[in-house]
Write a protein that binds this ligand. Structure first.
Ligand code: NOJ
Length: 516
């Protein structure tokens, strides 16, 4: 599956923002990768405080990205290209611009409108002097927002509302029946328009611990879950009932859902892919693991416990792989090797657009940053803009064919991105783009073959998929394979020494072992 961050993929109208028509015009490229389908990040009506994950109307297209007619044309075009189309849905929260939240603000304390969200009176302030409960000066509990700061914001009449993300993303109260009814309508609306499935945002988040108790150790968010503590914000038992209801709708249409689920352990994760819940959950182990054989192996072993793992090395929330693995030549080499590692695994693989070009994260100037995390963290966390810089397609200066405009796109591209363009890499058999295409093509030939680890020395990962052998060298020195089989694809220049194959530092290879 190929993840498209719509605003950063291709711009059809020259306003510097990628859009649905831009994507439709580039479907040939997506097909040329050999992927089976697309996941589009939110393109719904939104003030774009959190890149569209602050949804004002989940059944409308944001005017900056197109309209419903453009979406319908995109559906047709993806069909014609033989690609499946999946789209994001954001059930945990809305935008403050959503009509429900606008009404809730207007309607005031105790109103039916407020019950669709999590409005609460504040806790008594330290002075404890106020007589009006809503005017109490402390947030109702100690929960922190994933983006930094308190998870509560006070409105004019003194009440507070919960937002696990930005203040512009109020959390919905999933015990309210209209909340489910509305999500159902949203799912049915996009299914009727022809989508094949959904990526469910914060799929572990919709149900909160009853009574909204304090967190034992307040923290924003831990990559590996919640640092071992029960977290009253996430992964509550009631969330599973929501997934069962979603699955009921999807099954009527033979559609699928993949969930973004961050939980403490693989055991917790497994609960989300019971036969009547989500079809897939992202297997985030590889996204979180550094370039280290023990950690990569542990991530793979955990992922393989899922009925169908959904691997990803990158997405729109994490630094791009080449940078995450150290940057420079080593980071680039490791990112290429990691691609061969992931693409050799059983299950589904999600690629994040630009990953196949080996793009690094971009160090943007302070005034270019748009991610709410930057402000909310008091300028200590630069946020996720660096991995969302628009794709370079062709040419030698910004916007590198991203759109017809002449200026920089919504996030500025580095002037030296000419070597990363699709046009340049298309011509080069050794480019990262060519590597991805080759690997994806070969991958189809061993789908369904069993996975088996091979013994390997420190710093090396080795496993087989049937007749295909996979060796990954995570060391800074080359590794002698001590066998002489056919190389199907390698991420770095293989050499032969006295009849044996030598795998360079930070590289991976797929071998055909059928000869012996
Ligand atoms: C997860 C999404 O991937 C991220 O981009 C977003 O900020 C949060 N959910 C909140 O919707």
């Amino acid at each position: 599956m190929y993840q498209v961050y719509v605003r950063s993929f291709a711009d059809s109208d020259g306003d510097g923002v990628g859009d649905l028509a831009g994507l439709a015009s580039r479907l040939d490229y997506v097909s040329s990768l050999g992927v089976d389908g697309l996941w589009l990040t939110p393109f719904y009506r939104s003030p774009m405080v959190d890149g569209g994950y602050d949804v004002a109307d989940p059944r409308e297209v944001d005017p900056s990205l197109g309209d419903l007619a453009t979406f319908d044309r995109l559906v047709e075009a993806t069909r014609a290209a033989g690609l499946r189309l999946t789209v994001d849905v954001v059930p945990n929260h809305t935008s403050v611009a959503h009509r429900w939240f606008q009404a809730a603000q207007r309607a005031g304390r105790g109103s039916a409108e407020r019950r669709r969200y999590l409005f609460r009176d504040g806790a008594p302030g330290r002075a404890g002097s106020s007589t009006r409960p809503g005017a109490r000066t402390e947030p109702p509990n100690n929960w922190l927002s994933v983006f930094g700061g308190s998870a509560w914001t006070q409105v004019a009449d003194g009440q507070w509302y919960l937002h696990l993300f930005a203040p512009e993303q109020p959390d919905l109260d999933w015990t309210h029946p209209e909340v489910w009814a509305d999500l159902q309508e949203t799912l049915r609306c996009w299914l009727a328009r022809g989508v094949d499935g959904f990526r469910i945002d914060v799929a572990h988040g919709m149900a909160k611990a009853p009574g909204l108790p304090d967190m034992v150790q307040p923290h924003r968010f831990e990559l590996d879950g919640t640092a071992g503590e029960e977290d009253p914000r996430f992964d509550q038992p009631a969330v599973h009932d929501i997934h069962r209801r979603i699955r009921g709708v999807l099954d009527e249409h033979a559609a699928m859902a993949v969930g973004e689920v961050w939980v403490r352990s693989t055991d917790r994760l497994l609960a989300y892919v019971r036969p009547d819940e989500l079809n897939l959950v992202f297997t985030f182990g590889l996204l979180a693991a550094p370039w280290d054989t023990l950690e990569l192996r542990a991530a793979i072993e955990q992922g393989l416990r899922l009925p169908t793992p959904a691997w990803c090395l990158a997405n729109h929330d994490r630094p791009r792989t080449a940078t995450r693995y150290g940057g420079g030549a080593a980071g680039r080499a490791r990112a290429r090797a990691a691609a061969l590692l992931m693409l050799a695994l059983p299950g589904a693989c999600y690629l994040y657009a630009g990953e196949e070009l080996g793009l690094p994260d971009v160090e943007l100037p302070d005034d270019a940053l748009t991610d709410p995390t930057w402000e909310r963290s008091g300028h200590t966390d630069r946020g996720r803009d660096g991995c969302r810089v628009p794709l370079p397609w062709s040419g030698s200066r910004p916007p590198f064919g991203f759109g017809p405009g002449r200026g920089q796109p919504w996030l500025p591209q580095p002037p030296d991105w000419g070597s990363y363009t699709v046009a340049r890499q298309d011509q080069d058999p050794d480019s990262t783009l060519s590597l991805y295409r080759r690997a994806i093509r070969i991958r189809a030939s061993f789908a369904g073959e069993p996975f088996a680890w091979r013994p390997a020395p420190d710093g090396i990962l080795a496993f087989d998929r049937g007749r295909i052998g996979v060796v990954v060298n995570c060391c800074p020195s080359s590794f002698n394979l001590e066998e002489n089989c056919t190389v199907l694809v390698a991420s770095g220049p293989m050499q032969r020494e006295r009849g044996e194959l030598v795998l360079p530092a930070d590289s991976a290879v797929w071998l055909d072992r059928s000869g012996g």
